[in-house]
Design a protein. Structure first.
Length: 653
C-alpha cells in the first residue's frame, strides 16, 4: 500500500518519477556517497571515477538523438543530471559540462560531420570536452566576446586568437586538466574583414598525453569557493589554426572561398537562436540548485526533530521544531522548495516536448527560454537562502564538514551567476513580458526594444502556464473580502498574484512611455531597472503558484492533497508577506489584512508541525545521500552538554 510520504514524493517527482527512482537507486551505491574534501586532487580524481561509472551505465545516452547514438529522451537527461546534485555538485557540474554544454553544442549547433566525429565518443568519454564561452572581460554580454576566428581561404582554415588579455577564456570547467577539445565561442571574421558575430568552433587544445597543443596555453583556476572536483581553468589562443569544417555550421557556414551564409538573415536573431538551443544547461542548473536546497532542508529538519534546547514546564527539554520561530525558519523554505519543484517539473516537460519536436513552435520556444531564465534565478537564489538558513538552524553542528551543509553552501554559491547572472536573467524575463513574446524582439536594437515595449505593453494578455480550466475553476471560488479566512482561499491567492503582475507590467510600460520621450533609450531602461526586476519576480512567483495548483490537482491521495494544500498556502502567504509593502502601498491589502497574513503564516506553520518529517520524506532523498553525522544518535549531546538557559546562541566554536 502506498504511504502518504510516497504519494507526496510521486506528486513532487512529476512526469519523470521513474527516472528519478532509478537514479535514487544508482546513487545509493557506495561510490556516490557524499564526501567533502578541499583537496582538489582527491576531489577531481573521485569525480573522474564516478563519471566513468556513469558512462559505463549509459547515463549520458538519453541526452542525444537516436540517430547520433543516444536515446533521444531529453527530459530524462535533464532529470538525471539534476539528481546528481544530491550526491556531489562537482559531479553534477562535470557531467553537465561534458554531456550538457560541450555535447549540447556539438549536437545542437553542429551538423552531420560533427555528429559522426564526436557524439558517440563524448558519450562514452573517449573525447573529453569543455565549453569555452566566458572570457575574463565578458561573461553576461556574450555578444561582445573578444576571441576571434578569422577565415583564411588560402589554407581553408579558421585562425583562433585571443587578441587581448581580457579575451582569455576563463573559469572554464574541464579546461585546467581533463578537456582535450573545446567548443570555443568566437567572433567569426571573413576575408573581407566583416565580423559576423559570435559562432562556435571545435578546437583541439591538448594532445593524448595532456600537453597543450601549439598556440594553446591553459592554466588552472585552482581553489575556488566550492566545487573542488571541477577543474576550472583558463585558455588563451595564439593564432591556432583549425579546419574550415570545425565551424559548427547548423545556423551559419563559410564556403571554401570565404563566402558567409546563414538561413537566419538578422544577426541578432541568429545569435539568440544559437543560444536558445543550449537552454538545457540553464534548466539543469536551476533544477540542481533546487535539489541541493532540498537536501539541506531535509538535514536541518531532521536535526530539529532530534535536538532539544531549554527546559519545558514538565522538566524535560523542548525540541527545536516545537518552537514557532524554528518552524518559521524552515517551513516556508520547505514550502518554496515544493512550489519550485512543481514549476521545474513543468519546465522540464516543456523542454522535452520542444527539443524532441520536429517543428517546435517559435513562440513556445521563446516562452520556454523566458521561463528557464526566471526559474534558474528563482531556484538558485532559493538554494543560497535555504542552505544558509539550514546551516544556521543547526548551529555549530551545521558548520562541520561531516554534516554536509557547508559543502552544499559553498558548491551552490556560484549557481546564482553561472549559466546567466540572475539579475540579467530577470531582465530577460521582463523584456519578454513587456513585449508579449513578440516575434521580432530578437532582431531589435535596445532603442527599438524600449520604443516597442513602451507602445505595445498595454495590449498584453496574461498567459497562464498551468491548465487553463484548473486555474479558472480556482479563480471562480475566490473570496474578495476582508475576512481572515479568505487568505486561505486559493482563488484569492491566485488573484492577488495575478493582480500584482498585471499592475506592475502596466505601470512599468507607462513609465517607459514617459521616459522614452525625454531621454535616450538606454537612460529610459536604466531608470526603470529596479521596477523591471520586480516585474520579473512577480511573474515567476505567479507561474510557480500556478504550477503548485496544478500539482495538487494531479495528486490522487486525499491526505496528501490536504497536506499539499497547506504547504501551498504557506508558499503563497510567504510571498505576499515578503512583498507586503507593495501590496499595502498599492491598496491590494489593508493594514489590518496585512497583519492577518502574518497570523495566517503562523497558523499554517503550527498545522504543518505534525507533518514535518513527512514533508521532507516527500523530497525522496535516499538515506545514503542525506547522510550527516549529527543525525545519528551517538552524535547527539547528552542533556548536561546543552547550552544553558541564559545563552544567546545555539553553541560556540
Amino acid at each position: 500500500m502506498t504511504t502518504t510520504a510516497e504519494h507526496l514524493r510521486n506528486s513532487l517527482d512529476g512526469r519523470f518519477r521513474d527516472v528519478k527512482n532509478r537514479v535514487r537507486r544508482e546513487l545509493s551505491n557506495e561510490i556516490f556517497r557524499p564526501h567533502y574534501t578541499p583537496n582538489t586532487v582527491i576531489a577531481r580524481t573521485k569525480v573522474a571515477e564516478q563519471m566513468k561509472i556513469m558512462a559505463a551505465r549509459g547515463a549520458a545516452e538519453d541526452g542525444f538523438k537516436k540517430e547520433h547514438g543516444g536515446n533521444g529522451d531529453v527530459g530524462a537527461a535533464v532529470t538525471q543530471i539534476e539528481m546528481l546534485a544530491m550526491s556531489d555538485l562537482s559531479l553534477m557540474v562535470k557531467a553537465g559540462v561534458q554531456w550538457g554544454l560541450f555535447g549540447g553544442a556539438i549536437e545542437n549547433l553542429g551538423t552531420e560531420r560533427h555528429h559522426q566525429a564526436y557524439v558517440k565518443k563524448l558519450i562514452n568519454l573517449e573525447v573529453l570536452g569543455c565549453f569555452a564561452m566566458t572570457e575574463t572581460g565578458h561573461g553576461s554580454d556574450v555578444q561582445s566576446l573578444e576571441t576571434t576566428a578569422t577565415y583564411d581561404p588560402a589554407t581553408q582554415e579558421f585562425v583562433i586568437d585571443s587578441p587581448t588579455p581580457s579575451a582569455r577564456k576563463d573559469y572554464i570547467g574541464g579546461a585546467a586538466e581533463t578537456a582535450r577539445v573545446a567548443a570555443v565561442f568566437a567572433q567569426l571574421i571573413t576575408p573581407d574583414g566583416v565580423t559576423h558575430g559570435v559562432h562556435c568552433f571545435v578546437v583541439p587544445i591538448r594532445d593524448e598525453d595532456g600537453n597543450d597543443l601549439p598556440g594553446v596555453t591553459t592554466s588552472d583556476c585552482h581553489y575556488k569557493g566550492g566545487l573542488p572536483g571541477v577543474d576550472n581553468g583558463r585558455i588563451q589562443f595564439d593564432n591556432v589554426r583549425v579546419p574550415r569544417e570545425n565551424l559548427l555550421n547548423k545556423y551559419a557556414d563559410v564556403a571554401p572561398d570565404g563566402t558567409y551564409s546563414s538561413p537566419i538573415e538578422n544577426p541578432n536573431r541568429r545569435f539568440f537562436t544559437m543560444l536558445g538551443t543550449l537552454i538545457r544547461g540553464r534548466v539543469t542548473v536551476g533544477g540542481s540548485a533546487g535539489a541541493a536546497a532540498r537536501v539541506a532542508l531535509d538535514i536541518a529538519t531532521r536535526y530539529a526533530l532530534q535536538r532539544r534546547q531549554f527546559s519545558d514546564p514538565d522538566g524535560g527539554e523542548v525540541l527545536l521544531m516545537d518552537y514557532l520561530v524554528h518552524q518559521r525558519r524552515l517551513f516556508p523554505l520547505i514550502a518554496r522548495s515544493y512550489a519550485l519543484q512543481f514549476a521545474q517539473n513543468e519546465l522540464v516537460a516543456k523542454c522535452h516536448e520542444l527539443q524532441t519536436s520536429d517543428d517546435p513552435d517559435p513562440e513556445e520556444q521563446r516562452e520556454l527560454e523566458s521561463r528557464a531564465a526566471g526559474l534558474k534565478a528563482a531556484n538558485t537564489w532559493h538554494a543560497t537562502r535555504a542552505i544558509q538558513e539550514a546551516r544556521e538552524a543547526c548551529g555549530g553542528a551545521g558548520y562541520l564538514a561531516e554534516n554536509r551543509l557547508i559543502a552544499l553552501k559553498a558548491d551552490t554559491d556560484v549557481f546564482t551567476t553561472f549559466e546567466g547572472d540572475n539579475h540579467v536573467l530577470f531582465q530577460l524575463v521582463a523584456k519578454e513580458l513587456l513585449t508579449a513574446y513578440a516575434d521580432d524582439i530578437k532582431g531589435m536594437s535596445p532603442v527599438e526594444w524600449v520604443r516597442f515595449a513602451a507602445s505595445f505593453a498595454g495590449e498584453r494578455v496574461l498567459k497562464r502556464t498551468a491548465a487553463q480550466t484548473i486555474m479558472q475553476t480556482v479563480l471562480d471560488t475566490r473570496q474578495d473580502n476582508e475576512e481572515e479566512g479568505s487568505l486561505f482561499n486559493r482563488g484569492t491567492q491566485v488573484q492577488m498574484f495575478e493582480d500584482r503582475e498585471e499592475y506592475m507590467v502596466a505601470s512599468v510600460a507607462r513609465r517607459l512611455q514617459g521616459k522614452s520621450k525625454e531621454m535616450s533609450a538606454f537612460e529610459a531602461f536604466n531608470a526603470v531597472q529596479d521596477h523591471v526586476l520586480h516585474v520579473a519576480h512577480a511573474h515567476i512567483d505567479r507561474i510557480v503558484l500556478e504550477a503548485f495548483v496544478a500539482g495538487i490537482d494531479a495528486c490522487q491521495d486525499r491526505t496528501a492533497r490536504e497536506i499539499l494544500g497547506m504547504v501551498c498556502d504557506l508558499y503563497a502567504l510567504s510571498v505576499i508577506e515578503e512583498d507586503k509593502a507593495w501590496f499595502v502601498e498599492h491598496r491590494f491589502l489593508s493594514t489590518e489584512r496585512a497583519k492577518a497574513v502574518t497570523r495566517a503564516i503562523n497558523d499554517r506553520c503550527r498545522r504543518l508541525r505534525p507533518y514535518a518529517e513527512l514533508l521532507v520524506d516527500g523530497f525522496g532523498i535516499p538515506e545514503q545521500l542525506r547522510y550527516a553525522e549529527m543525525l545519528h544518535p551517538e552524535h547527539i549531546p547528552d542533556a548536561d552538554e546543552h547550552t544553558p538557559q541564559h545563552a544567546t546562541s545555539a553553541g560556540t566554536i
